[in-house]
Design a protein. Structure first.
Length: 105
């Protein structure tokens, strides 16, 4: 059947001090012209959620429960085992290699 696919990219720049903020987002920012802004100078690995939904009917009538399409959001909770995260940071992030969902290049 037909699938609707959405890409949800998380911010890649951190302010370097706050692990959270009252609005849960102002401590992070998106890159500008390929780099982090001076207000959020610390780059973090790119995190993307790819969401696929089976759909049917008129695409013009698709709606999210939260409202218009721009209301789509995601949350990330790091619950990976420390050893797994360390391996992925070492083998993928530090090596600057794009790895698959299994953590292998």
């Amino acid at each position: 059947g037909t699938m609707m696919e959405s890409y949800l990219d998380f911010p890649q720049c951190w302010n370097g001090t706050d692990l959270d903020s009252p609005d849960h987002k102002s401590h992070m920012a998106y890159p500008v012209n390929g780099g982090c802004p001076s207000t959020h100078p610390v780059p973090v690995p790119k995190l993307r959620q790819v969401l696929r939904y089976p759909v049917n009917g008129d695409p013009a009538r698709f709606r999210l429960a939260s409202g218009p399409g721009y209301t789509m959001h995601g949350d990330f909770f790091n619950v990976w085992p420390e050893e797994e995260m360390a391996q992925r940071v070492r083998d993928c992030i530090n090596a600057i290699i794009k790895c698959g969902f299994d953590g292998k290049p």
